[in-house]
Write a protein that binds this ligand. Structure first.
Ligand code: EZ4
Ligand code: CO
Length: 402
């Protein structure tokens, strides 16, 4: 079974997506997600110029060999652009493999380890009363796990809080928005938010919180300690993780579970975090971390170190990534939770899917392959628009992690 066509589809049904579509001489097709929020065309160009020409004529059944060919063969290893491109190829090849076998990909990965996939929703508000209202809506919709994000008094805007509460989307069209940040104001306020949610809703619902890479290790340690009475499911991206050893400081001081890694593309970026048991959840995704083949290896390393999988699932990961993630989530023994931000109707129109939300969980219908596709005619109705993630400055103007 040879690949006869490889094309990149860039579209913007509500937000930008880059999708790879492979076609084989048997007529089977496969899709992969290559979206990198705010830097979309870099991956599209990498694929178009440097990957697609190498794929045509290759044997579509050789997934691992193709992965190694693109990874080792580039000479320039790793990095978010290259790894996202490889991820798209890998997803598309697993999709084709499943269709050729007449099986959902999770069956090729060893079959279901569970009946359905626990997800968390993203409740946010400018103020504590608004946050409480939105946590209530998620609980009312059946969610067993909710991530709680609140505006900070004295800071004009922050990560995770938006005017459109249902479809949180941080990217802005044309130019990056400038946000302001103060770790002091944040640390003084955020424990009271989590406390208010526990007071209102008790301990039956899992609560999560995303720091979005903004603290230093000792600050994160303080926060983790102060949040212990509220028993978080996890504290997410407490510090930037380029320096994996930073987590030793946090770990030494708090028993609040830690999740990290939505920006980390390879198993080597997680190695110290996992083998030293410095974290509890790996946050990367099929799309960021080299596809199903590579994420599976990260999950296996995590499994033997008591670390579970909690994949990133924001709206900039297309329904193709969500379907791929659900196949992995269903199969691996050490699944923890899956992030779920619903896509807009326009996005779902472009990406017909076979997964659905019910009672706090997602599940796949069991279609052969990944269980998702792209409607190219619909995609053509939504042309690309340049968009950027916000940037962040401290109150004195110093650049800070967003
Ligand atoms: O800001 O995916 O946990 N979710 C997140 C996301 C990220 C976006 C960036 O593109 O932190 O909302
Ligand atoms: Co996050």
């Amino acid at each position: 079974m040879k690949i006869v066509d490889a094309r990149v589809i860039v579209c913007s049904p509500g937000r930008n997506f880059v999708t790879l579509r492979l076609e084989t001489d048997t007529g089977l097709t496969g899709v992969g997600d290559a979206t990198m929020n705010g830097r979309e065309l870099a991956v599209a160009a990498y694929l178009e110029h440097h990957v697609c020409p190498l794929l045509v004529g290759r044997d579509a059944s050789r997934i691992e060999d193709t992965w190694q060919y693109l990874y080792k063969g580039a000479y320039w290893r790793g990095g978010p652009v290259g790894m996202t491109a490889i991820a798209a190829v890998d997803m598309a090849l697993w999709d084709i493999k499943g269709k050729a076998a007449g099986m959902p990909v999770y069956d090729l990965l060893g079959g279901r380890s569970r009946d359905r996939v626990l997800v968390y929703g993203h409740a946010n508000g400018e103020t504590i009363p608004e946050v409480l209202e939105w946590v209530g809506r998620y609980v009312g919709d059946g969610y067993r796990a909710v991530r709680v994000q609140c505006g900070i008094p004295g800071i004009a805007s922050t990560y995770g809080v938006s005017s459109d509460k249902r479809y949180y989307e941080p990217a802005d069209v044309d130019a990056p928005t400038e946000n302001t940040w103060s770790s002091e104001r944040y640390l003084d306020f955020v424990p009271s938010v989590i406390e208010a949610v526990r007071d209102e809703y008790g301990f039956d619902v899992h609560l999560l919180h995303d720091v979005h890479h903004r603290l230093r290790p000792i600050e994160a340690a303080q926060l983790g300690k102060r949040l212990e009475p509220f028993r978080l499911f996890w504290l997410e991206d407490a510090i930037p993780a380029e320096l994996q050893e930073g987590f030793r400081i946090i770990r030494r001081h708090t028993t609040t579970p830690l999740a990290v890694g939505e920006v980390l593309p390879t198993i080597w970026d997680f190695r110290t975090l996992i083998v030293e048991q410095l974290i509890d959840y790996v946050r990367t995704s099929v799309q960021r971390a080299g596809g199903i083949s590579h994420l599976r290896k990260i999950a296996a390393l995590a499994e033997v170190h008591h670390v579970r999988l909690g994949c990133h699932g924001a709206t900039d990961l297309s329904p193709v990534t969500m379907a791929a993630a659900l196949n992995v989530d269903l199969a691996v023994p050490n699944f923890g939770i899956q992030e779920f931000m619903p896509h807009t109707d326009e996005t779902y129109e472009v990406f017909p899917r076979s997964y659905d939300y019910r009672d706090g969980h997602l599940d796949l219908a069991g279609e052969p392959g990944l269980g998702v596709d792209i409607d190219e005619e619909a995609a053509a109705r939504y042309p690309y628009r340049p968009a950027y993630l916000p940037v962040n400055r401290l109150e004195d103007g110093t650049m800070h992690s967003w």
